[in-house]
Design a protein around this ligand. Sequence first.
Ligand code: ADP
Ligand code: MG
Length: 698
Amino acid sequence: MLIVMRPEILFPLFAPVTTLKGVGPRMAPLVQKLAGPLVRDLAFYPPNGVIQRRRATAADAVEGETAIFEVTIDRLIPPHKMGAPIKVRAFDGTGFVHLIWFAGSPRHIEGLAPAGSVRLVSGKVEKFNNEVQISHPDYILPVEKADEIPLAEPTYPATQGLGSRQIRKLCMASVALVPPLTEWQDEAWIKRQKWPDWQTALQAVHAPQNELDLQPEAPARSRLAYDELLAHQMALARRKMNRQSTPAPVIRPGEASHRLLDIFPFKLTGAQARAIEEIRHDLKSGEQMARLLQGDVGSGKTAVAAVVLADAAASGFQSALMAPTEILARQHAEKLGPMLAEAGITSILLTGRDTPAVKRKKAAAIAAGEVQVAIGTHALFQDAVEFQNLALAVIDEQHRFGVRQRQQLQDKGKSGVHLLSMSATPIPRTLELTQYGELDVSRLNEKPPGRTPVTTAVLPLVRIKEVAQRLKAAVEAGAQAYWICPLVAESEAIDLAAAEDRAEALRKFLGTEVGLAHGQMAGAEREVVMNRFAAGDLPVLVATTVVEVGVDVPNASIMVIEHADRFGLAQLHQLRGRVGRGAKASSCILLYGAGEDGGLGETATKRLEILRNTEDGFMIAEEDFRLRGGGDPLGLRQSGFPAYRFADPIKHRQLLLAAADDARIMMGRDPKLQSARGQAIQVLESLFDWRTDRPNID
Ligand code: ADP
Ligand code: MG
């Protein structure tokens, strides 16, 4: 395992901020809160604004600009009553300049601007009775000190007790400690980009001359963003390399795998076959696999999982398939159990619903190695469950589990356990690189044949009656439908009441039975309703919360979503994925609540349009991501983007892609970073130090 040591040349940057002049015990925590505990953190704390000043006269000053006047102080006018401002009248050759303070001591102000003195004063120009007025001038200095007033002054995000000006001073002091370093970027690349070297770039970032210099595309900012992204991608690449050098059992397909493939009632899609091939490549390598299998809802991830579970059994190892909910675990067990059995593989379902006695019995069977495939919920990684020789853990709907839970399951294995995570949440490439950079990714980009595309309609809520009428006709013809009521989130009780009312109204209108499933129902009770719907007993299912992920009801062909505007796009896409699973023509109706103007906002309209135009989950995620300016479309923020200082994964998307390639190539060529560029990159990595202060990357 390669660990990058911090080179001596960086020591001054890694000293605590208290080593800077003026940072004492009062200020240190404030600095730490804003920028971080180290000198480096201040150097890496870019300004977010710039004040541009110009020399002006009372006659030519423009309201709103920040200007410097050379004036003669006339006199101080004390407040004429409590709470009134302190004023100083001054003039230049062209007119009066009034300085005012709403707080402060007249004595102090008199000291700064004694009557009769000539002063440079700077501040934002206001016009009052056509005369220049400046509230709280930012500088008042004797003329000889002109160069202490910057013509372009960066401003920094500040906090109570630590103002922008103080931060600027500290940043300047830190930047002064930044040494020149050997270039770590590729020579040809940086020449093409026309970027400054790293030291110049840092100095430039802290000395913006205008708004353009603050833009993410400004050369100095781009350079540092690339440095940061490259450092991160290198760290991820290294983590991947270290993981790959963790030994793990060798798994190869065998008799049982072939039998299972024969038992499947379908032929694998090309995408499934490719994914299996990629996974098998990892499993036989003797090194630990960590792979993400991404596939849109309905793309057939379960079948891929089943094949590799069979591989593990064929190689004499145990494996586990973990699902986020009872109902999903049960569905997996019911579907896969018999097929696995037919292929000669023993499996078991382990859930939280089992009685303690049953649990003990099942755990004992797993411990004795009598069970080859354990299917279950998080109950699978309870401490009481000991595997005899777990070699592969498959996690379905992985985004619904926490990082720790995933780790716990993996820890069950005695040596490295291969990990296959499956997710239907489309992850844009940008997120994939920053969040899952150390995982290998397989994609199911092709759906099994025989699916009918889902027709999507976007309608205002006022047309709900029409929708109900159409639903009635469809139900009479034997169709099944989901009807989703939104989460208002303000009050679950209100949501629930709304859903109950809706179910009741539909019951009356349709003259049929209507099921209701919501988050507050006991799990078992909800399961009964879901199961009846799945069995075709109920024509319509009204649900408040998202219908259980991954549940498969091929006969359901209609999805109505009330207040679709209140859902995230990815969520709507997942909901829509519940239909269009059978041979029936399917439709999804997105009902939106009209805004005050009777329509839907522009962004909201665009978002729903995206959904109407494509069924490609990845495209939807990327688009949604873009429209929201990199908001949090997938609810991934908790585990989300690392806290970059210079880089913005959305605005620097191209740089991110380039840095990922750069890191990959570098790792392939010079994994120990011994070449000249490799050594420079080691310094870069230490500089950004992703290992020590970025706990949120996992
Ligand atoms: P998801 O990727 O959403 O988990 P599933 O694994 O539940 O999707 O598969 C959805 C449906 O497609 C299931 O009914 C499954 O049996 C079926 N299926 C999977 N693979 C194929 C295939 N190659 N051909 C036809 N149907 C398939
Ligand atoms: Mg699934």
